[in-house]
Design a protein around this ligand. Structure first.
Ligand SMILES: O=C(O)CCC(=O)C(=O)O
Length: 262
């Protein structure tokens, strides 16, 4: 099959740690994803919610996000994060698009099995949202770092509604090589971020961007009446092991799950 991502786009990715690839879904598919996300939050999707990790943007009565745990937390659009969306047929079909397989092949090599580390909704509800501190996407329990995240804006993302900010080129340095967690300390933020030129990653609704997992990024809160919803999928080498015994679903290669399995 002809490649859908050009050499120039790959050059941009390797040099800067990210690249925009435009909208890859049809308008009808994309509208379905937007609608499905709201249906999931409102409890109207025919899903086994006990398998879906759902976190409210504000814990009732508190000024901080709720716990990250499985199960529906109420019919509201005020969720911050929802994971395990590979269990939803619409999101699974989307994250298994051939263009995303092409990306994973480029990153992990021809024939390498690929698992979904996480298929995640990240939301800054209208007039709400939680600041996300500068970090690289790394996890202490994995025996190797996943390298690629594919991020789709479900709404137009602007500075005002809390778009992601990035530091282009920062993927070439691993900030905390020994401990494996991606979050920066305040001192590292002072030393690294405040001496760099972060850029807002403003996106059109539907636009897709490839993010190197080591690219430093953060995001703010939403000052507007427009929600800032996004779907972010981190693809990992299929042989990656979790020291905690977590298991991950194969999405490309032999034994990959399909919508019919759900
Ligand atoms: O959407 C956001 O605000 C942040 C998302 C993020 O950190 C990620 O996708 O890795």
């Amino acid at each position: 099959m002809a490649h859908q991502i050009t050499d120039e786009q790959w050059e941009h990715f390797w040099e800067n740690g990210y690249v925009r690839i435009g909208q890859v879904a049809t308008d009808a598919e994309f509208k379905r994803l937007q609608q499905r996300m709201d249906d999931i939050m409102l409890g109207n999707a025919p899903l086994d919610y006990d398998k879906i990790m759902m976190q409210l943007d504000r814990e009732p009565g508190k000024n901080s996000p709720g716990p990250q745990s499985r199960g529906h937390k109420g019919a509201t659009l005020l969720y911050r994060k929802i994971q395990n969306l590979e269990l939803d047929p619409y999101f699974l079909a989307y994250l298994q698009k051939p263009i995303f397989q092409e990306v994973c092949t480029k990153i992990y090599g021809e024939g390498t099995p690929v698992n979904c580390f996480r298929a995640m909704f990240m939301n800054k509800p209208a007039k709400e949202g939680t600041y996300l501190v500068w970090h690289q996407d790394r996890w202490t329990d994995l025996d190797r770092d996943p390298k690629i995240t594919i991020y789709t804006a479900l709404d137009t993302a602007t500075i005002a509604n809390g778009c992601v900010h990035i530091i282009p080129g920062s993927h070439s340095d691993l900030i905390n090589p020994s401990h494996g967690s991606g979050f920066l300390t305040q001192k590292q933020i002072d030393d690294i971020v405040n001496n760099s030129t972060p850029e807002p990653l403003e996106l059109k609704a539907g636009e897709v961007v490839l993010l190197h997992n080591w690219l430093l990024h953060s995001s703010g809160t939403n000052e507007t009446d427009i929600p800032r919803r996004a779907f972010s999928v981190c693809y990992m080498h299929g042989e990656t092991k979790s020291r905690h015994g977590s298991t991950f679903r194969r999405v490309f290669g032999d034994g990959a799950i399909s919508v019919a399995d759900l």
